[in-house]
Design a protein around this ligand. Sequence first.
Ligand SMILES: Cc1ncc(COP(=O)(O)O)c(C=O)c1O
Length: 380
Amino acid sequence: MFKDFKRKDPIFKDTWSLYLKFKNSLRINSLPTYRPGKSIEELQRELGFEDAIKLASNENPLGPPSSAVDVIQNSAHLVHLYPDGDCYNLKKKISFKENILPNQIIVGNGSNEVLELVAHTFLEKGDEAIMGEYCFIVYPIVTNLSEAFIVRIPMNNLALNLDDILPKITMATKVIFIANPNNPTGARSTKKDVEHFLEKVPDNIIVVLDEAYAEYMGGENTNVSTLINKYENLIILKTFSKVYGLAGLRVGYGMASPEMIGLLNKPREPFNVNQVAQLAATVALDDEEHVRKSIELNKAGMIYLKAELTKMNIKSYPSYANFILVEFKSSASTIYEELLKEGVITRPLENYGLNNHLRITVGLEHENVKLINALKKVVA
Ligand SMILES: Cc1ncc(COP(=O)(O)O)c(C=O)c1O
């Protein structure tokens, strides 16, 4: 309705700002909202719990590696300085671990930031980005922010079959987002599936392979980084937020060809990763024992939770990550609320379109027991 105003004329200044406000609110309102898991402090404030547990955000229940804690404590005196905008030492360490070159790496404020950079760099108004029906909610958010179209691939039994993506590719397709394993469902594709898929995708379409939970997958499926040498359209993402236990510091990275990394660096904020995070991530990469323990703990917890859920006749989906997707016969919102009253925070998934489901992070042994006891009480 404001279309016909001479926008630059000062006479229309007030109306123009109203137009901008109106236009922006329309765009912003159409975005799904990322709802983080409720924090322990929030639950303590609301219900006064002293011993609440949070199984909502897929954090590492073992916490950060002690080597990283030492570095964090010893680097406090550096925070008056800007960080190394190039993350030189961290990239060097990552390059050794992944068997790639430092110029094939971009470090982000969480892998979340690298997802934003992908959208800033490659998605424009009218483009299409393909993603699974139930995928990490940041994919549709960054796609929408770039005014690109979201193309969802139906997921049979909540697992994405990569072959189902191919017929949805059009002239407008620019980016394909795949999380492996997938959040929030926990399903995965094998390395063979991924390679088979990459062979068939036209090389002018960017494939983002988001491996936030890959370390939990185990076996030969975890080692895919060097595929960036073969596929110039591939961007692989990893994070320090999960198995490395550094979610609060916000560090993740992307791997791709040097040319692709060069493009992704253009919209990046110069000092996007703080120095304490860079130092902690660098030592965390060396702490293989912490990673091993975290994976073992997760494996044991997953076996326990699966067995207990089966005994209770509650459906759960196969998971290759550090969380489990649970399905109830009706809306899960009451169960979520009742679990809160028992001091257990889980993740409801209505904003993912999964109304009868909760996503539950595998916790420490006593946390898993507490969850199961609470569920028994609530479901009964
Ligand atoms: C699939 C997936 N990708 C990326 C991220 C972002 O992780 P971060 O920004 O903490 O590195 C998450 C976080 O939960 C995730 O589940």
